[in-house]
Design a protein around this ligand. Structure first.
Ligand code: NAG
Ligand code: NAG
Ligand code: NAG
Length: 543
């Protein structure tokens, strides 16, 4: 009898261990871990909140999901062609600590929308399709089960479907473009009667296939916005509604925005050097690839990446080739300052049924690495992550990956690439246990600080190498959808004295970001990186 109980206990323990994500063996090329075979919805849009919960949502107009709404709730939408009375959820809140999730209620369609987190940590989601295209929805983080979406119908002055958001230095959000929208507006909206501002650049970059949707937007240290659409880029003074600069077009004529979806990041801004800003754009598809794919001819995706130092007097694009062609991938800044390029396809474009050759291997790019060996190819995932897949950085340095819905319905059978409801995490090589002796562990930081304020970060490390290899970085987590991480940015903080304050315990003085243009107010994840190995992140608020 006792033996039986012991065996049963052992069995349960083994089950628990197996289901715990950290138990995946991490090799030199990192490792993939399946967190859930199904969360019931496809993670088309994702945002990590400062309570370590991730908001996810897909669409409300493509049939029943595999997750029921709680308390027998349903939505009745007479205009929905697929399912008028829908008792399933299309949004959820995933708790990264417990690996559990609960359904959320969205009333109207969130398909192909955008989002940003306000300085107080509240998520603001903007637009969508049909009944949802003028709606703003907010979600205030909570640690119990009480929070859900709050809808503000008709809040937006224009339809925002495939628009891009960016947090601004004054705490507002700018919402740029969208399908057939050559303008931008703000949240909270302007008090004046005219709340939308014309942007000719968006009209000019629209081509036969609209290769300028979900433009890549990055806030620059001078306060202007870098906007990339199709193959062109500008710097916009949104306050004066004036284009202050046109950058050269990216070398090679491949469009880089939806449906020829490449991706883009603002490379880390380093406060220890004279302030520079450099944008990177990777992948895309050849001109015309969208219509050829519709006829069943799948062009190889673009293999090239371009980097442009926009703070230079005469900036130009420096081009490099990725190890493989890629469209519909996500670019995520890792705590080390490297960039992971993950998900996507090797041919075709974004859109229904027109991506082929899933690229399952992530690639890690080292911006400061020796040229020609900056890219490293990582372990393959087992699942294709095509159109409508997404990825976000987690607090512990893993990359959360979900979604893939290349059909206008939840098609799980009878299709080449089924709609994917699973959730996975990719652990980059820096999470290997063999690095634990040099991995810093943050003991103590203040929860909030002001611009230019100096503060201490206390951390422990078993085997300290040297001062020159310690950096303190803050990351604004992205709102990721359609291959672009909106609002994603990293600032390497200025650091000075480093003291040993006890056995294996160190204290470094860091200085808060110098301006709100460099780091808009709000929540960031702070990481200490020692000899290329990052700590886990700690949340802090800049105000
Ligand atoms: C959806 O849920 C049903 C019932 O729980 C299950 O049998 C099925 O495998 C699920 N489908 C997917 C794709 O997760
Ligand atoms: C996808 O699912 C929809 C709705 O269930 C169905 O009408 C359609 O035929 C499916 N498509 C394929 C290719 O199986
Ligand atoms: C936290 O902030 C307070 C007040 O600004 C300051 O006195 C204290 O030294 C800070 N602590 C750390 C760990 O930086």
């Amino acid at each position: 009898m006792v033996t039986f109980f012991l065996l049963a206990l052992l069995f349960i323990l083994l089950l628990l261990l197996n289901s715990f994500p950290a138990m995946c063996q991490i090799g030199r090329e990192g490792e993939w871990c399946l967190l859930h075979a199904s969360i019931g919805i496809s993670a088309m849009h994702m945002q990590l909140l400062h309570n370590n919960k991730v908001v996810m949502f897909d669409r409300t107009d493509f049939g029943p999901s595999n997750l029921s709404l709680p308390y027998g709730r349903c939505r009745y939408v007479p205009s929905d062609n697929v399912l008028k009375n829908d008792c399933t959820a299309h949004s959820l809140l995933y708790d990264t600590g417990t690996n559990t999730f609960r359904p959320l209620m969205v009333e109207t369609d969130t398909w192909c929308s955008s989002g940003s987190v306000l300085p107080d940590g509240m998520l603001v989601q903007t637009g969508g399709y049909n009944d949802g295209d003028h709606v703003v929805r907010t979600l205030a983080p909570c640690n119990d089960e009480s929070c859900d979406w709050v809808d503000f119908p008709g809040y937006l002055s224009e339809r925002r479907w495939y628009a891009t958001n960016q947090r601004l230095p004054d705490g507002r959000i700018i919402i740029i473009g969208g399908r057939r929208q050559f303008n931008y507006e703000f949240y909270p909206r302007n008090s004046e009667s005219s709340s939308s501002f014309w942007l000719e650049f968006l009209r000019e970059t629209r081509d036969d296939h609209e290769n300028n949707l979900y433009p890549f937007v990055h806030l620059l240290p001078d306060g202007n916005l870098f906007i990339f659409a199709n193959t062109r880029a500008i710097s916009l003074d949104y306050k004066q509604n004036r284009v202050v600069r046109e950058f050269p077009s990216i070398t090679a004529d491949d469009p880089r925005n939806y449906p020829s979806s490449g991706s883009s990041v603002l490379l880390p801004i380093d406060e220890n050097e004279p302030i520079e800003a450099e944008v990177m754009v990777c992948g895309g598809a050849p001109r015309g690839a969208f219509s050829r794919a519709k006829q069943g001819i799948f062009d190889a995706a673009s293999r090239s990446c371009g980097r442009i130092k926009v703070t230079d007097e005469n900036p130009s694009w420096a081009m490099e080739d990725m190890p493989m062609p890629r469209v519909m991938s996500d670019m995520i800044l890792l705590p080390t300052g490297d960039v992971v390029i993950i998900n996507g396809a090797g041919s075709g474009t974004a859109g229904w049924e027109i991506g082929q050759n899933p690229v399952t291997r992530p690639v890690i790019y080292k911006p400061h690495g020796v040229e020609d060996i900056r890219f490293s190819v990582m372990s393959p995932a087992t699942r294709p992550r095509m159109y409508h897949s997404s990825a976000v950085l987690l607090t512990d340095g893993r990359v959360l990956v979900g979604g893939s819905n290349p059909h206008p319905y939840y098609n799980f059978t009878g299709v080449q690439y089924p709609t994917d409801l699973s959730l996975e995490a990719y652990s980059p090589p820096y999470l290997r246990p063999e690095y634990d002796p040099i991995r810093p562990r943050i003991m103590n930081i203040n929860e909030s600080f002001r611009y230019m304020q100096s503060f201490w970060v206390t951390f422990t490390v078993l085997r300290f190498l040297k001062l020159s290899v310690v950096s303190v970085r803050i990351v604004a987590p992205s709102f990721t959808t359609h291959s672009f991480g909106m609002n994603q940015r990293m600032v390497v903080l200025k650091t000075s004295e480093l003291y040993c304050v006890g056995s294996e315990e160190y204290r470094v003085t860091a200085i808060g970001p110098s301006t709100a243009e460099i780091a808009p107010p709000g929540y960031y994840l702070l990481f200490v990186v020692h000899a290329g190995i990052p700590s886990s992140g700690m949340w802090m608020k800049i105000q």
